[in-house]
Ligand binder design. Sequence first.
Ligand code: MAN
Length: 355
Amino acid sequence: MSDLAQRFPQNPLLKPQDLRPSVDGMEVTCLLNPGVFRFQNKTWLLVRVAERPVQTPGKTSFPILKSDGRLEVLEFDSADPRLDLTDPRIISFDGEDYLTTLSHLRLLASEDGVHFTEPEGCLPMMGTGELETYGIEDCRVAQIGDAYHLTYTQVSGNGVGVGLRTTRNWKDFAHEGMIFPPHNKDCALFEEKIGGKYYALHRPSSPELGGNYIWLAESPDLIHWGRHRCLAHSREGYWDSARVGAGAAPIRTSAGWLEIYHGATKENRYCLGALLLDLDEPWRVLARSETPIMEPLASYELEGFFGQVIFTNGHVVDGDRLTLYYGAADSVICAADLSIAAILASLAPAVGGNA
Ligand code: MAN
């Protein structure tokens, strides 16, 4: 067992019952995968809140947003043979896929990084427009200068892609639209330019040749992305055999850019590992975790809406201490401390090109 994480004794820090639904008639089903940032001397979480209508026996109902912002509830007879409910996250009806819950993002603030509350006057951030009708999810927050750049998953019947919104004051947001088209998610921006360019890690999915791999792209302006390179494949026989995806912004260390990423097996067990990228040529992978640095062990990670999941897309760095905030079992928000030096020491050098 290679787990390097010191879990907070206060875990879970936030549970669904801690937050009110965004509208009457809905219930908060899960809290997941917070983006994290520092603002006005506080630690902030941008939590993914997944909601669904209060369920009535014998029926299965779920919400979608119309592109004009109205909420519509679709309801089916749970016994209808055209309905497939085998994955708790997805509803298939007559070959069409929907999500069981609709996610939006909610701001919470804390003085101590442990106790989080919703400040007065912070509005929930909802999906808007035709590319976000099934919600917005798993937001990374990258701070570049005094601007915060939010990269998040946009979900709709058109597919799953990466959206960008930018703010300086957390009240006014510029909506920059979709920066990586379907199928793509897990987009983490580097928080400084390298050689005069912005860089992003992202995760396209390729159903035939290829797979669910971590890619790197560069941009002059954070909106137009090109020069795509594939950095890290999933690895047969490993803890990250089916899928890999970047966590939050890469961390600058003297050894290179340290990126915490998630890896999953085809049974959907989600663990965390790390990649080390060259400081000046971030497409060069220097080292990678052979075994997870964190894996589902605590009861709140093993059981929940979707068990065996540790998923991070937000952290705070203080010297050697990396505090990861993460979604556990797609249900609750938790945190853990790791030593950056210990993570670096645990990595295996990459041999020849991409890891
Ligand atoms: C997967 C899971 C879900 C998520 C959808 C859409 O099914 O990660 O939690 O809602 O993708 O992104």
